[in-house]
Design a protein around this ligand. Structure first.
Ligand SMILES: Nc1nc2c(ncn2[C@@H]2O[C@H](COP(=O)(O)OP(=O)(O)OP(=O)(O)O)[C@@H](O)[C@H]2O)c(=O)[nH]1
Length: 463
């Protein structure tokens, strides 16, 4: 048993986050309730509210519509058959009348009929549960009948006089004290069913949605002699809300709450997904930015050694068999002197202007990188020795022609080592060849370009 208890406690806690032990301690109960997820709190409170509504519905104050006393009431009294007696008002306004029965011919009866029509519209008595009646009687009658007249809309097309009459017996003693007659006690009399034989079967039950009149009748047959009837109160009584009305409302409320929670959940998930998408996008933009930064020389903005190596891998893949490529290694002459004489900042400016000039004088498909310090590398596609020499000479002249407004005496020159290679040559080999040529250019007195010897040792190309 203990095991089952433990299991029940565990399942409750796992499902709702609520600790059953807290039930025995008021403070812990509140604390435990506050820890339960908000959805469970809402379901718990909703269930509590629903239960309260179901229990309270029978105890709500009743809805009461007074028919009498009320102004402008239209009523008439009657006696049937007319030969059996007389009926007269003692006070018409106060619904006080007298019947004097002299013979019991047939079903002799006498009573009052109160119209419920308002602006030619019938009264919807089906919205109520009962009729309250109170009257003063001075009569030998022990029983009276309450009756209702109802219009049967559907049946009226077949029978224009289709007024449904329903009735309930009331003890005279009850009436004098005031009696509440449940509408379920009111039934259709046999004579009406027998008379309207073509009426749909459903009309053998009372229909109160279009009630035209309500009344009280003594007899039939009726005791002979004088009968004095004075109506004191008539009211229709109903509940503010019935259980039948409450259940659909509760169901609709639960359904709406469920749909709302699904909608809120959907919106929350969508928001979270959008945030995650944005975060991923920002992250990939950031990583792209850092990748670019890691491959770019921050001073000149051209590729750095890393960038060139990454670019060369694509460059090699793209190369055609036997396509001639030129590699230029360029080094600023006596750059140390520039730094020493003009300062490091000017040195930086020279490096930037040099990179820009080189970039502006090569094609987009060529690669320019700062190899380190004051040394640059250019890889040029589809160019053999002659073309390479022409390009190197152009670059040398453009650099030599650079004009520095800060210091007009500043002259910058560049030495260039050149080599040509193909897809089958290893880059290191080509670089060494061009670097040797650069060394020669420096030895030749700088500010010149030297074409290196052909690469002899053919090696495997870069991946
Ligand atoms: N301003 C500046 N100077 C740099 C930078 N990187 C390297 N240098 C300087 O470049 C100079 C290179 O000097 P060296 O290697 O002696 O070469 P050089 O003076 O150009 O002489 P040669 O190459 O023989 O013509 C050094 O003084 C370095 O400090 C840089 O980013 N900015």
């Amino acid at each position: 048993m203990d095991e089952y208890h433990k299991l029940a406690k565990l399942i409750t806690y796992r499902l709702t986050g609520f600790r059953i032990d807290a039930l025995y301690d008021q403070h812990a109960l509140w604390g435990s309730f506050m820890q339960v997820p908000v959805t469970f709190k809402a379901v718990f409170l909703g269930a509590l509210a629903s239960l309260t509504c179901i229990l309270a519905v029978d105890h709500l104050p009743e809805r009461r519509t007074a028919i009498y006393p009320a102004p402008n009431l239209s009523a008439h009294n009657f006696v049937e058959p007319t030969a059996s007696g007389q009926v007269s008002w003692t006070n018409e306004e106060k619904l006080h009348f007298q019947c004097n029965m002299i013979s019991q011919e047939g079903y002799s009866n006498c009573g009052i009929n109160i119209s419920l029509k308002n602006d030619d519209k019938n009264f919807d008595l089906s919205e109520y549960d009962a009729i309250y009646l109170k009257a003063k009687l001075d009569s030998p009658e022990k029983w009276l009948r309450l009756f209702t007249d109802s219009w049967l809309n559907e049946y009226s097309t077949t029978n224009a006089n289709a007024i449904q009459i329903a009735q309930a017996l009331i003890r005279a003693t009850d009436l004098t004290q005031g009696v509440t007659i449940d509408l379920r006690r009111i039934s259709i009399p046999d004579w009406w069913i027998q008379r309207f034989t073509d009426a749909p079967i459903k009309y053998t039950y009372p229909h109160f949605s279009e009630t035209t009149a309500i009344g009280l009748v003594l007899g039939a047959p009726m005791e002979l002699g004088a009968h004095d009837i004075k109506l004191e109160e008539i009211a229709f009584v109903g509940r503010l809300i019935t259980v039948e009305e409450l259940y659909p409302i509760l169901l609709a409320a639960w359904l709406a709450a469920f749909l709302l929670s699904v909608l809120l959940r959907f919106i929350t998930i969508q928001k979270r997904l959008a945030q995650e998408r944005l975060a991923t996008q920002t992250l990939s933009q950031e990583s792209e930015k850092y990748k670019k930064l890691s491959m770019t020389d921050p001073l000149t903005g051209v590729l750095n050694r890393n960038g060139l190596e990454a670019a060369l891998s694509d460059f090699y893949k793209d190369l055609q068999e036997n396509e001639q490529v030129t590699l230029l290694v360029l080094d600023l002459d006596h750059f140390k002197n520039i730094n020493d004489k003009c300062g490091h900042d000017i040195g930086d400016l020279v490096l930037k202007r040099t990179a820009k000039t080189l970039q502006n004088n090569i094609r987009q498909s060529d690669y320019l990188a700062r190899w380190g310090g004051e040394e640059f590398i250019i890889a040029v596609r589809n160019t053999e020795a002659t073309g390479a020499l022409i390009l190197a000479e152009t670059l040398r002249q453009r650099i030599a022609a650079l004009d520095f407004a800060i210091d007009p005496s500043l002259k910058v020159t560049i030495s260039i080592g050149i080599t040509t290679f193909s897809a089958n040559d290893e880059f290191e080999q080509a670089f060494k060849c061009a670097d040797d040529a650069l060394y020669q250019a420096k030895h030749k007195g700088r500010n010149c370009a030297v074409l290196g010897q052909e690469i002899t040792a053919k090696k495997k190309k870069l991946a």
